[in-house]
Write a protein that binds this ligand. Structure first.
Ligand code: NDP
Length: 296
């Protein structure tokens, strides 16, 4: 029987474990604060930000939300980041991507105080991650590690194929999985759009992580019996539903499930974990900045 990994249940556990750390911060007079900044009218981005704010409220993190007109000059966003960097009540800052074309995304990432960079995308934090002493593990890759742990799949010694080499998923996940640490010690192959014969790579893997943004690219034909399949993808495809679309992953769930030993669904797999790990990083950030041991 294929184990369908329940990301909502694992995320719930992480949230409930966090409550002790949030209490410890409260005892020290600290309420962790997360600022989300939205400079977009994209409905998906709006939804992501409002879900993150709701998550904060549920666990006792002070959610601060700033909206900037997407037509406003880039400086308005840069100034907002500077103000949030200075605000002692704000411990984590998340600028929802993508930002409009006239805003320099790299400037945004560089501008956030690295200690408040709960996404883990500031070059200083990327460097720490690669060097093996991450300050904040980026949320989605960290969530993938936690899902593997929950499914009892220790990456040590395993051949892991990651489909996708983005800075937010593929590259940091590869870096985490090759570390000489718990939930690391894997042998990792990172594939991308120029990879020859992707199926030959995925068929040789113990674990396949699909993060390519191509709906249902990885199917059962590309897997061998017993492979663990983690589907990071979230794609809106036209469908005969009330909303006119449905969400599908980068894995063809039905055919992949026939082969997989364990598999994550979409929705309800990696998505809730990304959100939970953002809360985790925010609590960690508050502990670091206020010198409170939050034992994560
Ligand atoms: P990007 O578009 O930034 O990167 C996609 C990567 O996939 C690129 O490296 C690209 O290669 C590679 N790729 C594209 N087509 C193919 C192909 N046919 N074969 C092999 N590799 C291919 O995507 P993200 O990393 O931002 O996101 C990936 C997916 O994960 C998306 O569906 C996104 O919505 C989802 N996502 C989900 C999150 C969650 O919380 N569940 C969080 C973040 C993302 P190349 O570099 O050569 O272009």
């Amino acid at each position: 029987m294929t184990h369908v990994i329940d990301g909502n249940a694992v995320a719930d556990e992480i949230r409930s474990d966090l409550s002790e750390s949030i209490d410890a911060l409260g005892d020290a007079g600290v309420e962790p604060g997360l600022a989300t900044v939205l400079m977009s009218e994209d409905p998906a981005s709006e939804t992501y930000v409002s879900m993150k704010q709701r998550d904060c409220e549920e666990v006792g993190i002070d959610g601060i939300h700033v909206e900037i007109d997407p037509e406003a000059p880039a400086e308005e966003l840069y100034d907002t980041i500077d103000e949030l960097n200075e605000d002692p009540e704000v411990h984590g800052i998340l600028v929802q991507m993508p930002v409009p074309d006239h805003v320099d995304e790299r400037e945004v990432l560089n501008r956030i105080d690295p200690v408040k960079d709960v996404d883990g995308f500031h070059p200083e934090n990327v460097g720490k991650l690669v060097a093996g002493h991450a300050r904040y593990k980026p949320c989605t890759p960290h969530g993938v590690q936690k899902l593997l742990e929950a499914a009892d799949v220790d990456p040590e010694g395993k051949d892991v194929v990651i489909v996708g080499r983005s800075n937010i998923v593929g590259k940091p996940l590869a870096n985490l999985l090759i570390q000489k640490t718990d939930l690391g010690n894997a042998t990792v192959t990172v594939c991308h759009s120029r990879t020859n014969d992707l199926g030959a790579k995925t068929r040789n893997a113990d674990v396949v992580v699909a993060a390519c943004g191509v709906p249902q690219l990885v199917d059962g034909e590309m897997l061998t019996e017993g492979t663990t399949v983690i589907d990071v993808g979230v794609n809106r495809v036209d469908a005969d539903t009330d909303k006119g679309y449905e969400l599908v992953g980068d894995v063809d769930f039905e055919s992949a499930k026939e082969k997989a030993g364990a598999i994550t669904p979409v929705p309800g797999g990696v998505g809730p974990m990304t959100r939970a790990m953002l809360l985790y990083n925010t609590v960690k950030a508050a502990g670091l900045q206020k010198d409170v041991d939050v034992e994560l």
